[in-house]
Write a protein that binds this ligand. Structure first.
Ligand code: ADP
Ligand code: 5GP
Length: 185
């Protein structure tokens, strides 16, 4: 069986983080990639855990050296997936990238062997309920996140696989079986 690169995308609040955490708890052979960013660490964040925090100069140098599988700019800061980290981890583990649709499609161009998985909600109403229930965002921020929904869902056809996160355990089992099928190919 080989190790694989799984790219997980989907609208904010659909359950990506919860699914990835549960998959990692089940599977010792799976790790999550740590991205690089030029934004400052938030309280409680550590270099090498949530992100590798780089200066803008260092990030630009690494773009020049083609060290990113993909990178993008969000809110005035750069974010990127380090090729070196992913390649090293793939020697011993399957690796998960949790990135947005634009990053996911760029990752596929750079690394065609990766598997693009989109997590979708059973309905827009249920997605709104989860975003509100999580309690981490204001109504305005929720509206901003929902405004990207249509665009993200419109890219489903370009993904290798779409998982509906209706019942959590069912969706987790499906994610695990997608991983196992990809490892056997
Ligand atoms: P994302 O990482 O995609 O933004 P989260 O993993 O933070 O989303 O999940 C958003 C909220 O939805 C969380 O409160 C989580 O517990 C809840 N949630 C996740 N999956 C399900 C599910 N299948 N059914 C009901 N609630 C869920
Ligand atoms: P935050 O600053 O809140 O941690 O993340 C801001 C945004 O950057 C989120 O939408 C997140 O998905 C995105 N992001 C984080 N890491 C990466 C990455 O490696 N590549 C890309 N393209 N986006 C990322």
């Amino acid at each position: 069986m080989k190790n694989v690169l799984l790219v997980i995308s989907g609208p904010s609040g659909v359950g990506k983080g919860t699914l990835v955490k549960a998959l990692k708890a089940r599977r010792e052979d799976v790790v999550e990639s740590v991205s690089c960013t030029t934004r400052l660490p938030r309280e409680g964040e550590t270099h090498g855990k949530e992100y590798y925090f780089l200066s803008k100069e260092e990030f630009l140098r690494r773009i020049d050296e083609q060290d990113f599988l993909e990178y993008d700019e969000h809110f005035g800061n750069y974010y990127g997936t380090p090729k070196s980290f992913v390649k090293e981890k793939l020697q011993t583990h399957s690796v998960i990238l949790e990135i947005d649709v634009v990053g996911g499609l760029n990752a596929k161009k750079a690394f065609p062997d990766c598997l693009l998985i989109m997590i979708v909600p059973p309905s827009v109403e249920e997605l709104k309920r989860r975003l509100k229930g999580r309690g981490t965002e204001s109504d305005e921020a929720i509206a901003g996140r929902l405004s990207r929904l249509e665009y993200e869902l419109s890219k489903q056809d370009e993904y290798d696989c779409v998982i509906v996160n209706d019942d959590f355990d069912r969706a987790l089992n499906e994610l695990e079986s997608v991983l196992d099928t990809a490892r056997c190919k």
